[in-house]
Write a protein that binds this ligand. Sequence first.
Ligand code: NAP
Ligand code: GDD
Length: 365
Amino acid sequence: MKKALITWITWQDGSYLAELLIEKWYEVHWLKRRSSSYNTERIDHIYEWPEIKNRKLILHYSDMTDSANLIKLVSEIKPDEIYNLAAQSHVWVSFEIPEYTTNCDAMGTLRLLEAIRVAWLEKTCKFYQASTSELFGWMDYNRPESWYNENSPMHPRSPYWCAKLYAMWIARNYKESYWMFCSNWILFNHESPRRWETFVTRKITMAVAKIKLWLQEKLYLWNLDAKRDWWHAKDYVEAMRLILQQDKPDDYVIATWESNTVRDFVNWSFEEVWIKLEWKWTWIDEKWYDKATWKYLVEVDPKYFRPAEVDFLLWDSSKARNVLWWNPKYSVRELCSEMVKSDIEKFRKDELLKAHGFEILNQYE
Ligand code: NAP
Ligand code: GDD
């Protein structure tokens, strides 16, 4: 049985990856940092699986800022594969806490690589680094030939991306210097019902669900024209696993060739609950109202302004498709629909629970 160490599975990618690796008969070790509130809702169901009885999902307390602990764990577990997913991954937040972001995302990766060396696992342990598409900064809308690939020049535009750039290069450096199996996965935005609540897609789908259920009045956003290549996180975790099954380490761009605006995602999400939006310019910004009721539902709030923004990127992921035979299964509209439905379900349950207590909830389920 192969042993995998995933640095954190409490959120989106880690929880899907843990499911996938358990299905593939891995012994999965996962790291969790101490939190005063309960945050394992995305993985609790795995412990209920019948399959889990014969397989292993083992928790260890740790933190990417604690070198001694990481060395101890890697030496004890002796994993065959390490998937480094832990990060302070919110771009806007990284402008507020740049030092912590660098410590966790950049130095944390270095600590983990050193832990592999200290444990003498350089030749046996494969290392996967979750890198990001936005390392490349701007692109020229009018020049399709400027689509980014693994070799394009980089221009990170936030403390988070600067930290991720270091993490990517230190992994490349350890590959070249110590002949370690280190692969970078340069990914675009991937989303799901398990996405953290303040990323734009989840913020939109949660607001739409709450507006539909009369629990919220308006949704406040910022840059509606920003374009992203959104795809389902389930498609991306399959690519993660494939990258570590290759004979040689390498870096891969994972993207889908499709790009849509935040505005599109807002429209699709409201369409899921049969609300048709119309927009209107005021003297300062734009507002969107429900065509049927004339109520304003979406407004722009400069609070979410970022000191430096990446409006648009397009990616060439032919290498991943040709070498890994990776092809996404979900479309962006399916993703949006799944997220809205899941949020409606979630808030309905929460409201039932508040109103009638656990007895009714059990009947509902
Ligand atoms: P996420 O939802 O932000 O989850 C990040 C995980 O890192 C959480 O489980 C969090 O644990 C943990 N973490 C944060 N600070 C930590 C620390 N100091 N020590 C240990 N763990 C810490 O991220 P995601 O969307 O699943 O993405 C996974 C990885 O892919 C990240 O490295 C991200 O930068 C990268 N990535 C994601 C995307 C995307 O679109 N999703 C795109 C490109 C790259 P807590 O639960 O304790 O907070
Ligand atoms: N979060 C947020 N909240 N973003 C907004 C809002 C808002 O209210 N209004 C507009 N946006 C715009 C942002 O300015 C950005 O251009 C776009 O929506 C997407 O924002 P996020 O969902 O926060 O994602 P991101 O692209 O900045 O970063 C995500 O993807 C990166 C990979 O491309 C994160 O997952 C990063 O960790 C990841 O590296």
